[in-house]
Design a protein around this ligand. Sequence first.
Ligand SMILES: [Zn+2]
Length: 254
Amino acid sequence: MAERPRVYKTEGVILKRRNIGEADTIFTVLSEREGKFDAVARGVRKARSRMRGHLEPLTRSRLMLAQGRSLDVFTQAETVDPYRNVREDLERTAVALSCVELVDRFTIEHAEAGAIYHLLVALLEALDEGLQATVSRHFELDLLAAAGYELQLGACTLCGGRLPAEETLLAPAAGGLVCANCRPVAGEGRLVSVAVIKVLRHARSVEIREFGALRMPPEVEAELRAALGAVVRYHLDRELNVPRYLRDVEALPG
Ligand SMILES: [Zn+2]
């Protein structure tokens, strides 16, 4: 690994925090250049801390850090965008935090995550501008694609065959929509309606803002949320199983 500079600047979104000791807090940051990392802010919970307001979760900040023995240490923080409209609305805050949690779970510390960083910033901006909470569905599709799990929606994922306009199986293990013939070998999945398939395809063909302007009937919105939620859970379960599998390999005798 290349030698890192002792002091460095970066810009990032604060994902979460956890307090340690009497006045210190560890913040998890997603940055464009450094990927996801943890760093500690010393004394940040004291009333006179100048950094406190610039290190809130969901805030995008310019950061200066110094290399520490185990964790790097924040030396300066300055807000670029507090996404105030997100923060002041309970529903928007909840949507943003659930997307941040997905980002946290789909990224590995210090691995390249520039594309995911830009997706997260675009989501926070869309929510801050007052677009519908359904922008998080667009974000989930983008995040899956950035993590290497792009859903195949145009033709049958397994045989490439044409998909008639009817209820179709969305099978995460197969990687997308699956025709009736391939269903027996597609693994688990759920049938999705023609309306949801149309919305999924639309989402992949437009930017997040344009998607946020689309009005959906509540039942389509609910079905879309459940369908994508199942795909996301499937991949997260698999990701969680990788470290366990590696541990099992390491534990093998010899
Ligand atoms: Zn097929």
